[in-house]
Design a protein around this ligand. Structure first.
Ligand SMILES: Nc1nc2c(ncn2[C@@H]2O[C@H](COP(=O)(O)OP(=O)(O)OP(=O)(O)O)[C@@H](O)[C@H]2O)c(=O)[nH]1
Length: 211
């Protein structure tokens, strides 16, 4: 069977320390490292095969977007968005709600695949945001919702990313090619690594996944 190849750009957004890097690395490598550098944005590339087609997936793990003022650029760049908050930090949940609202205002409704990820569900004793609240927020914005623990298992992150990629691919088939502009943003500057944001040795590593 002939496989088609398409490209899906995923942007991971959320408050500092909510676990964006941990969730992305868990999905890509199945590993949990514990500490990740926060010095900037990192772009991971990999290939996934599902539903008879191959997708070149680029995942942009962002850092301090709100402070650096590049959120708008990131939103224009992406086809799909994972908005992460920590279930142990209400402030990060409120920030996630603001990001969802911005996404809704910036993109045409239903023009992008979006998932809301409540991370750190292993820290039940420190929970500040109930799962129902995440569910309600996702209903309000018509996006997917998962509670995950990057620390505890890779299943949640994998499930969430696979569902997001499926939705992004379905939207790409339905909608005309969106205006994906890189603007002044240079991808070459943000190529990251899978095993450590500062290591250059695995910079070009591109894992292949079959869903
Ligand atoms: N207990 C627990 N800790 C987690 C989990 N995910 C991430 N952490 C921890 O939370 C801290 C922040 O994780 P990061 O992945 O660096 O968070 P980030 O959102 O990428 O942070 P910035 O790059 O600063 O924006 C680290 O100490 C992680 O080990 C989780 O699921 N459970």
């Amino acid at each position: 069977m002939k496989m088609t190849v398409n490209r899906i750009r995923v942007v991971v957004l959320g408050s500092p320390r909510s676990g964006k890097s941990a969730v992305v690395v868990r999905y890509l490598t199945k590993r949990y490292i514990g500490e990740y550098s926060s010095t900037g944005d990192f772009l991971y590339q990999h290939r996934v095969a599902f539903d008879g087609a191959v997708s070149e997936v680029e995942i942009l793990d962002t850092s301090n977007c709100a402070i650096r003022g590049c959120l708008g650029e990131h939103i224009r760049w992406g086809d799909a968005f994972a908005v992460v908050y920590s279930v142990c930090e209400r402030r990060s949940f409120l920030a996630a709600a603001e990001i969802l609202s911005l996404l809704e205002r910036t993109r045409l409704p239903s023009c992008a695949a979006v998932t809301l990820l409540g991370n750190k569900r292993d820290l039940e004793h420190a929970r500040e945001v109930h799962a129902d609240e995440g569910q309600e927020l996702s209903l309000r914005f018509g996006c997917q919702f998962y509670e995950v623990s990057a620390a505890e298992s890779c299943a949640g992150a994998a499930l969430a990313f696979h569902a997001l990629l499926r939705e992004a691919r379905a939207l790409a088939l339905l909608l005309p090619a969106p205006r994906r502009k890189l603007a002044a943003y240079s991808v070459s500057k943000v190529i990251g690594t899978i095993f450590g944001k500062n290591s250059k040795s695995v910079r070009k590593k591109r894992p292949s996944l079959s869903i």
